[in-house]
Design a protein around this ligand. Structure first.
Ligand code: GTP
Ligand code: MG
Length: 147
């Protein structure tokens, strides 16, 4: 079963959208295996966005993600990395379709509410940057064979 790192960004927290964002992920049938409310440190932010280091928007990215608490999560599901990015919607809000989280709730590109890992290697690095292995809970959901 594949795992991904999803995080409600500071704008989503400030706008009171944690519950609705988590609901959409639950509605889809994904399984939540870890979650916590955290203030991201600068060091953690730089590690999280390492792939963008050197780009002109990198300093803004780091200051945005550390600007307030986030809700960090690990979710599990078949093909969840690709599927969760479909549920999240395109990075650029002018391309994010209605029905996606960003398409329905976001209207400024850098403030696009939620992060999702873009590959298995990123997911592993990002999960390790936010969670210890004992914080991730292995359990069965009785509905799993129906979703
Ligand atoms: P994340 O889930 O946050 O990683 O978004 P993403 O995977 O859809 O996009 P990507 O990893 O390419 O970019 C990370 C974040 O950087 C985006 O969510 C944007 O907020 C921001 N970003 C990406 N490209 C640009 C850009 O060209 N200009 C600015 N200002 N911000 C950008
Ligand atoms: Mg990304």
């Amino acid at each position: 079963m594949e795992r991904t790192f999803l995080m409600v960004k500071p704008d989503g927290v400030q706008r009171g959208l944690i519950g609705r964002i988590v609901s959409r992920l639950e509605d889809k049938g994904f399984k939540l295996v870890a979650g916590k409310f955290v203030q991201v440190t600068e060091k953690q932010a730089k590690k999280h966005y390492a792939e963008h280091e050197g780009k002109d928007f990198f300093p803004n990215l780091v200051s945005f993600i550390t600007s307030g608490p986030v809700f960090a999560m690990v979710w599990e599901g078949d093909n969840i990395i690709e599927l969760s990015r479909i549920v999240i919607g395109k990075t650029n809000v002018t391309e994010a379709q209605p029905g996606t989280i960003r398409g329905d709730f976001a209207c400024h590109t850098p403030r696009n509410l939620i992060h999702g890992s873009d590959s298995p290697a990123s997911a592993e690095r990002e999960i390790g940057n936010f969670f210890d292995s004992q914080e991730i809970v292995d359990y069965d959901k009785s509905m799993s064979r129906w979703s």
